[in-house]
Design a protein around this ligand. Structure first.
Ligand code: SF4
Ligand code: MSK
Length: 657
């Protein structure tokens, strides 16, 4: 059914709706005749998509290929070297893990290097913003605190964190934060990462032609590298960014394309690493830059973000997200963006081309990433603010070049973002007794049925933002508290789900009551893609609080990526699964070509880790499957009866009313 629908309209979702976001819809409808082929059209032009690629059965690891194998056709059921479909699909899978883990972890490495430079007295435009967090991280890492100066402690943190990348033996340090039972499982399976980089390199070695051909053995290495991401590179990025830029606290903000302001210089930062965007925030609000803006007739400088850079500076400065992944071209198509400043990850190479039609400047900044057609101003942490000002100045100078037609849609939505693990702890338990106890108690008494982490990207194979929204509404209706990061967070913030008022409108009675009592939205925005590590820490805190089993896989919890597209999502999915989480992917699952690999990703992994992969196109059915899993866990914990009683009581109360 799902496939039939897709075949007809080239995307999955409501007929004739490429996006459920009215701002994007309006921009597309109002676009001038720019001759630019946008991403939806480019996606449609790719049909019919290659069946071999879609199922993961195409191998181009060596020059005897490409080999497109067909397991049911004798003679074509193996590649030239003899690799069967299981080997090929497993290799493709873990190569995606390697790329995703590398991207997240390299982000963390850059943060370590900057923190080390700050501790050594270099990179003077940065400072240590959260000393309390530094002390907590030091204690977690086993670094002596005593009455040592904070810069010395931070120097040790940065050096030890950096060492995790090149470590050759032993165990990546943060894996020790996981529940003990889970650590034991990992040890028995031999999947505790020795060093972050080592596991990624080993994937590339093992998947080279003629090395590892056992699909189960290959997938174990995928798990090891993914754990090096979730409990290594990503966790390091999150923890050290908090030290450098401050631990996020809930903050109210607007989001969507309506945050652009016609009479101001509009600058959008897009990508992932906050090292640059933090400085752009400082530069854009500096007196000298505001004066420069005035000189060109602008009433100020309006800064906003796209993708995870948006999430990073939203959480710490209240800078509004202008949109998520599929809106990067739409932002430029408003004609109102004077400069889009990009660093790394999820940045479409199409941007300079669409920017040419609208006189927008695209400025690349990372030594890792150049874009044909974009201007490159290389960022250097040792001269950060000066370079940030140079970039902001470029945007200001471009203000007078706005195209004749500027169209900024009205749509913007208010929401609350910035729920770190620390703030959830504090909000639930209070200042003096910060604790997850109230959350666990409300799960045990059935008011909250369970918790879901919904994360990930957009994909033009789906109606933009529809999968996120439908899935999360279904979860809320069934009393499931939702934690979000990345582009999911921006998607549902735009739909009004990250506001406290959403509790009464969308939640079942139990969840609504808890959210209203605590004063939180039913969907908690926890940050960027690397901040999925915050979800791991929150899950561990729930286990340690007691009453919900002794491992993450015992929790009534599930994870999902309803509109994923990035290799990072596969790494995230695998570290969720290997940490014990039932993890649902929608949109596509390019591994279905091997029955054995699919069996291992589902049944096999559940036996090993307690968590498993699942795939379902329809976001509502996907949500229902997540709820079934949550109920299975409630039953195993013996708390399913409590929930039935609570529901009965609510029903009775309604009758009485
Ligand atoms: Fe073909 Fe084997 Fe080379 Fe892959 S490694 S391209 S299956 S010959
Ligand atoms: S930005 S990885 S599109 S969530 Fe992190 Fe969004 Fe996915 Fe990039």
């Amino acid at each position: 059914m799902a496939e039939e629908k897709k075949a007809k309209q080239k995307y999955y979702g409501p007929a004739d709706k490429r996006t459920i976001d009215p701002a994007s819809e309006a921009v597309i409808a109002n676009r001038c005749d720019d001759g630019f082929i946008d991403l939806f059209a480019r996606s449609d032009a790719m049909y019919p998509r290659c069946k071999f690629g879609s199922e993961g059965v195409c191998c181009r690891v060596c020059a005897m290929g490409p080999c497109r194998v067909q397991p049911d056709k004798p003679g074509k059921d193996r590649g030239v070297c003899g690799a069967n479909v299981d080997t090929i699909v497993a290799r493709n899978f873990i190569r995606m893990v390697a790329a995703g883990a590398a991207a997240h972890s390299d982000h963390g490495r850059a943060v370590c290097e900057t923190l080390l430079a700050v501790a050594k007295g270099h990179s003077k435009d940065y400072e240590i913003k959260d000393e309390q967090k530094a002390i907590k991280v030091a204690l977690d890492m086993g670094i002596e605190v005593g009455d040592r100066p904070i810069v010395d402690i931070v120097k040790d943190i940065a050096e030890l964190a950096l060492a995790q990348y090149g470590q050759q033996q032993g165990e990546v340090l943060y894996t020790k934060k996981a529940p003990l039972k889970l650590q034991e499982k990992w040890r028995e399976l031999g999947v505790i990462p020795r060093g972050i980089d080592r596991e990624i390199v080993e994937i590339l070695h093992r998947t080279h032609m003629g090395v590892d051909h056992d699909y189960e053995h290959l997938l174990l290495q995928g798990a090891r590298a993914a754990l090096g991401d979730g409990w290594g590179g990503s966790m390091i990025a999150t923890e050290l960014q908090d030290i450098l830029f401050g631990t996020p606290e809930p903050i109210t903000c607007d989001c969507n394309l309506g945050v652009l302001e016609e009479d101001k210089v509009n600058i959008i930062v897009h990508g992932h690493e906050p090292l640059l965007s933090e400085m752009i925030v400082a530069a854009a609000s500096s007196e000298d830059m505001l004066k420069e803006a005035e000189k060109v007739g602008a009433k100020g400088i309006s800064l906003s973000g796209i993708c995870c850079t948006a999430n990073e500076i939203l959480m710490r400065h209240g800078v509004p997200p202008a949109g998520n992944f599929l809106q990067q071209e739409h932002a430029i198509m408003t004609g109102a963006v004077d400069a889009m400043i990009v660093d790394v990850q999820c940045i479409m190479p199409s941007l300079p081309e669409v920017a040419r039609c609208y006189n927008t400047k695209v400025i690349s900044t990372s030594p890792l990433a150049k874009f044909p057609g974009a201007e490159h101003i290389q960022f250097d942490e040792d001269d950060a603010l000066n370079i940030a000002k140079k970039i902001v100045k470029k945007a200001i100078e471009n203000f007078p070049n706005r195209p004749d037609k500027v169209f900024i849609p009205d749509e913007k939505e208010q929401f609350i973002g910035g729920f770190s693990h620390e703030t959830i702890n504090y909000l639930l338990g209070g200042t003096f007794r910060a604790s997850y106890r109230p959350l666990n108690d409300n799960i045990i008494n059935g008011k909250i049925r369970g918790v879901a982490g919904v994360v990930g990207c957009n994909n033009p194979k789906d109606t933009h933002d529809w999968g996120h929204t439908e899935m999360i509404k279904e979860l809320l209706k069934n009393d499931v508290l939702v934690l979000v990061t990345g582009c999911t967070a921006i998607a549902v913030a735009k739909q009004g789900l990250c506001r406290p008022e959403a509790a009464a409108k969308y939640c079942g009675p139990g969840l609504a009551e808890v959210c209203e009592t605590v004063g939180i939205p039913p969907v908690l925005h926890m940050g960027s893609c690397v901040d999925n590590s915050r979800i791991l820490i929150a899950a561990t805190a729930m286990v340690k609080e007691g009453g919900l089993g002794d491992d993450i896989c015992d929790l009534p919890a599930a994870g999902a990526a309803p509109e994923w597209m990035s290799e990072k999502a596969i790494s995230i999915g695998q570290y969720f699964v290997s940490s014990g989480v039932y993890t649902m992917f929608c949109t596509t699952f390019p591994f279905t070509g091997s029955k054995n690999v699919m069996e291992e990703l589902t049944v096999g992994m559940e036996k090993k880790y307690g968590g498993m992969w699942d795939f379902e196109m329809d976001p509502v059915i996907a949500a229902q499957k997540m709820i079934q899993h949550i109920d299975k866990k409630r039953k195993a914990l013996g708390i399913d009866k409590a929930r039935e009683r609570v529901l009965f009581d609510m029903e009775k109360r309604r009758e009485m009313a």
